[in-house]
Design a protein around this ligand. Structure first.
Ligand SMILES: Cc1cc2nc3c(=O)[nH]c(=O)nc-3n(C[C@H](O)[C@H](O)[C@H](O)COP(=O)(O)OP(=O)(O)OC[C@H]3O[C@@H](n4cnc5c(N)ncnc54)[C@H](O)[C@@H]3O)c2cc1C
Length: 405
């Protein structure tokens, strides 16, 4: 039997997240949205994240045995929807910090887990980031199935005794670059073999000599987020900081990819829908409220349907993750693709329902649209994720391409 009733504990998580988002995040996010794009807003955001740490949000998925909150993917989906309904930029900073320890859980040795996970749960704020995209390489190249070693990422990790020397650069889109305390970095341990077999994953403290971060990137939306390029100038990394074996990065990424990324876009879509609904009830035209005009009412009905459908896909993927069902990978990608598409369409409809007010900065509809479209390429475009699902359909075990985890 399928039952979508939330448990008492899940209702508590939802309420706590909603209150935190409304009382703590909203005032800061609104302040940042109103200021110039190039203002450095981390000083405004940091106290929020310190409070989130004290409440156990940043260590949400780390098992209790290592000192974390020990929550699962369904709890995570419920939590992230609430945070992102208020501000998706802050949700992404928090979500990355919550989610990246999954790499350690999925691929780390017990020694690595003991070394890093309790340290992340020491009560201090530890912002995390993941870096694979590169400036001169298509971000989608990460999934290039062709064996040509010249294709794919160019950042290298050259073995030198007990260490690796990392050289290269990561694109200006890295979420949390510049504010992170540690980075999960994908680099090639060989330029002689296919990218899919030579990408390796490293856990790199932000203060290692040779690692630097460039100017913060200004994006169309997610103004409360922090995105910047990272440079590796012969960064010496101990081999004990490699997660999994050499060449395992794609499999590790595949095991975690997209999980948790659909939920924030459900929150964003829901917020845009409710905003437009309230407006349509109040604004009058031809002697009636907008919602009494069928063209508007049908648009709102579609928004309601699609937000619900996106939430169900997200919860279904989260349930597969919780039950360690192998279908989780495809379901999580499907949920992310659909939720982002729904967020974009819903925000666009919200702008239309507000008429000219929809494109002014005084009304939030335009913020929702800018935030939603900014999410399209975040952690791989919808089309590239669709190609990955199609690859699974052709080659379910991944034997032909060696791509699937
Ligand atoms: C808000 C935001 C946050 C991000 N955060 C991070 C982060 O934390 N870490 C990180 O490493 N990266 C991050 N990224 C980068 C993101 O993962 C890449 O932007 C994404 O993978 C797309 O890469 P690209 O921009 O180089 O586009 P390209 O790969 O150049 O693609 C351009 C277009 O071509 C299409 N395309 C490309 N290849 C194919 C193909 N083979 N077949 C069909 N169509 C194709 C794409 O769908 C897209 O429409 C972030 C991006 C954004 C927008």
């Amino acid at each position: 039997m399928v039952d979508f009733t939330l448990s008492k504990e899940q209702v508590l998580i939802q309420d706590t997240a909603r209150r935190f988002a409304e009382n703590e995040i909203r005032p800061v996010a609104e302040q940042i949205d109103a200021q110039a794009h190039d203002t450095d807003s981390w000083a405004q955001c940091r106290p929020l994240f310190e409070k989130a740490t004290a409440l156990g949000f940043t260590t949400f998925y780390i098992p209790e045995t290592y000192g974390g909150a020990g929550r699962g993917p369904i709890d995570g989906a419920i939590f992230m929807e609430e945070i992102a309904a208020v501000d998706i930029g802050i949700a992404m900073t928090l979500g990355a910090t919550m989610g990246y320890p999954m790499f350690i859980l999925v691929a780390g040795t017990e020694e690595q887990k003991q070394k890093w996970l309790p340290a992340l749960c020491d009560g201090n704020l530890h912002i995390l980031a993941g870096a694979q995209s590169e400036p001169d390489v298509a971000g989608s190249e990460l999934f290039c199935p062709y064996p040509d070693p010249k294709l794919g990422l160019h950042t290298t990790a050259r073995r030198d005794g007990e260490d690796y020397i990392l050289s290269g650069a990561k694109a200006g889109f890295i979420t949390n670059a510049g504010i992170a305390d540690a980075y999960f970095v994908v680099a090639r341990t060989s330029m002689e073999v296919a990218p899919s077999q030579s990408m390796s994953l490293f856990y790199i403290p932000a203060d290692l000599p040779g690692l630097s971060v460039g100017k913060r990137t200004q994006m169309l939306g997610m103004k409360t987020g922090h995105h910047a390029p990272i440079y590796f100038d012969d960064v010496r990394v101990p081999s004990g900081n490699r997660l999994g074996s050499e060449g395992d990065a794609l499999a590790i990424l595949g095991a975690v990819l997209g999980q948790g990324l659909g939920a924030p876009f459900v929150g964003l879509a829901r917020a845009a829908y409710h905003y437009a609904l309230n407006y349509a009830k109040e604004r009058r035209s031809w002697g009636k409220s907008l919602i009494e005009h069928q063209a508007i009412a049908l648009m709102l009905a579609d928004m309601e349907i699609e937000v619900q459908a996106a939430r169900l896909l997200v919860w279904d993927a989260a349930s597969a993750g919780q039950n360690r069902n192998p279908s989780v990978s495809v379901k999580a990608m499907a949920a992310k693709i659909y939720a982002v598409d729904v967020a974009i369409k819903t925000a666009q409809n919200a702008v239309k329902i507000l008429g000219a007010y929809g494109v002014t900065r005084e009304y939030r509809a335009s913020k929702y649209l800018c935030d939603a479209i900014t999410g399209y390429a975040l952690d791989f475009t919808g089309d590239v994720l669709r190609l990955r699902i199609a690859g699974r359909l052709q080659d379910p075990a991944g034997q032909a391409s060696g791509l699937w985890s």
